[in-house]
Design a protein around this ligand. Structure first.
Ligand code: ZN
Ligand code: ZN
Length: 559
């Protein structure tokens, strides 16, 4: 359903001005504006001057790189790089700059205008949804108004995010400012809110809900930052964590705005939403932007595509413990190439996974789905194929006509930021805990039984907790091997892999016949390795076998 906005909102510009050529865009550089070196005569020229002509008469936008920004935020892009990245990505998704309306939600602070100026040079002037600290305080109404200004047949792109300064000494949360001896906080609103939430966490009274707009925005910056008070308190560097917390708070508000007003985009128009952290630098240097998400929404306000690959940063500690492990990206590339060489056609391939319930295991499934369409899920606790022979048969009967299937299975194990195995940091939690939890619990159980301290659990006659019983009983044959291992937590996934391979073999022997025609069954087994948030996961391939639909092993596949 399209949301209708009152007529007065649909044109924020009075009707009388609707046919006037827009004000000239000034592609002005950053805050170190120096009248002596800038030719300002363009300000008096006829309004119809094109942007290309304008750029010839103004001083260039600061492009000098500021190394400290990359030291603190290694994946940050310069404003120029960001716009290049945006335009290429948007064009690849059917955008035409001439029919694209850019909306920004960046903090009031004048240090944030150079990014808007640079955007305007590519996409024409920006709609401004933002307020203090970069929150989209224009809200659902501002999005609806913006949507109703999109050129006919066009689309919109929203860019939002908090900002943070880095000064020439590398300090985070402050920056030198034009003509001032002391730069001060940057972002000031964010730093004030961070002080406020720390006070409340320490027992001070919460501010009361505002009844007038006099200072309502700052109240909301504080209240929306409140859920992140403890995270800020426990951060190694509070000033560096602050923009990430604000980004999370703003993403939440932006999603709610899209849920309410996303459908006000007309026709087949889409909404691309780029969120991240804007990084301000001292006068004379380019600013930076660290993209954290870039999502495409359809005109029903539904997210349809992720345009930014997140969590692709390598985590070298994985290879110290599991040499030969591949990043998810590398793995999926290798699987696709290897299967193609065996006559697979990805449009006719069904991928089945058997990976643990744990949410940290979904990114691999998402990547596999991008290559082969959505996955059939055979897996349960610890990654055992608990869907069993029946689930394999069902999966086989879903294979596109004339196609084949590939099964990816395995236990998982976390590696933490310190390199500890069997645990990993988890999103928004101070303590990560066991990973895989089911496996670690089963390992404790078999250890207890093996040492004679505990009795064997009874065979379950109820599904209430049957899976965990079977994880334990299938791990039991490996009890001695685990006890003798140098590092039980490293040995555990290998033991589970052996137990799971056994079950997978039995399933294939029983259900291979359900694959139609001369369809093939490729089975990849290994160990999935989870890493702290922000890093790519890994997978250590151990076996990759090709079966025919009689369950006979016909080939070993090299990755
Ligand atoms: Zn600010
Ligand atoms: Zn698990």
């Amino acid at each position: 359903m399209k949301i209708t906005f009152p007529a007065f909102l649909l044109g924020l510009v009075p009707v009388a001005n609707a046919f006037v050529v827009p004000q000239q865009r000034r592609s002005v550089q950053k805050a170190n504006f120096d009248a002596a070196v800038v030719d300002t005569t363009f300000l008096n020229r006829p309004a119809a001057l094109s942007v290309t002509k304008l750029s010839a008469v103004v001083a260039p936008i600061d492009t000098k790189e500021f190394v400290q920004a990359k030291q603190v935020f290694p994946d940050a892009m310069t404003n120029d790089e960001l716009i290049e990245f945006m335009t290429t990505t948007l064009r690849a998704n059917g955008y035409d700059e001439r029919k694209t309306l850019i909306a920004t939600s960046l903090c009031c602070d004048e240090v944030n205008r150079p990014l808007e100026n640079a955007l305007s040079n590519t996409f024409d002037t920006n709609f401004n949804m933002g307020g203090l600290a970069g929150f989209p305080f224009g809200g659902a109404t501002s999005f609806g108004a913006m949507a109703s200004h999109i050129p006919d047949g066009g689309s919109c792109a929203v860019i939002y995010g908090p900002h943070v300064g880095i000064d020439s000494k590398g300090n985070v949360g402050t920056v030198e400012r034009r003509g001032r001896k002391s730069g001060g906080a940057c972002c000031g609103s964010a730093v004030a809110a961070s002080g406020y939430v720390a006070g409340v966490l320490g027992g001070e009274e919460k501010a009361s809900l505002p009844t007038s707009p006099l200072d309502a925005q700052q109240y909301f910056v504080g209240s929306m930052l409140m859920p992140f008070a403890e995270r800020l308190e426990s951060a190694e560097d509070r000033m560096k964590e602050l923009p990430y917390a604000l980004y999370d708070a703003q993403s939440d508000l932006m999603k709610r705005i899209l849920a309410q007003s996303g459908s006000s985009v007309a026709g087949d128009g889409t909404t691309a939403v780029l969120g991240g952290i804007q990084i301000n630098t001292p006068p004379g240097f380019t600013d930076y932007f660290l993209p954290l998400s870039f999502d495409l929404y359809n005109s029903d306000g539904k997210m349809v595509k992720k345009l930014l690959k997140t969590d692709v940063k390598p985590f070298p500690k994985v290879q110290d413990t599991f040499p030969g492990a591949l990043t998810n990206d590398e793995l999926v590339d290798k699987i696709t190439a290897a299967l193609k060489a065996k006559g697979y056609d990805e449009t006719k391939t069904l991928v089945a996974t058997s990976l643990c319930c744990d949410e940290v295991n979904r990114p691999l499934e998402t990547e596999l789905s991008e290559a082969f369409d959505t996955n059939f899920n055979m897996g349960g606790l610890a990654g055992f194929p608990f869907g069993g022979a029946t689930s394999f048969g069902a999966m086989a009967s879903h294979i596109p006509d004339g196609g084949d299937c590939v099964v990816v299975y395995g236990p998982h194990v976390g590696v933490s930021a310190t390199g500890a195995v069997g645990t990993t940091e988890r999103r928004g939690r101070v303590n990560g805990g066991a990973c895989c939890g089911s496996a670690v619990a089963a390992s404790g159980y078999v250890g207890g039984v093996f040492s004679g301290n505990d009795k064997e659990a009874e065979f379950p006659d109820d599904p209430l907790d049957a899976q965990q019983y079977f994880v334990g009983s299938m791990l039991m044959p490996y009890a001695e091997r685990l006890e003798r291992a140098d590092d039980k937590m490293v040995e555990l996934p290998y033991a589970l892999y052996d137990a799971q391979s056994d079950l997978m073999q039995k399933i294939i022997s029983k259900s291979a016949g359900a694959v139609g025609g001369d369809g093939k069954i490729a089975v990849l087994g290994g160990v999935q390795i989870n890493t702290p948030p922000g890093y790519t996961d890994y997978y250590l391939p151990i076996s990759f076998d090709l079966y025919d639909n009689k369950g006979a092993l016909v080939d070993k596949i090299d990755l």
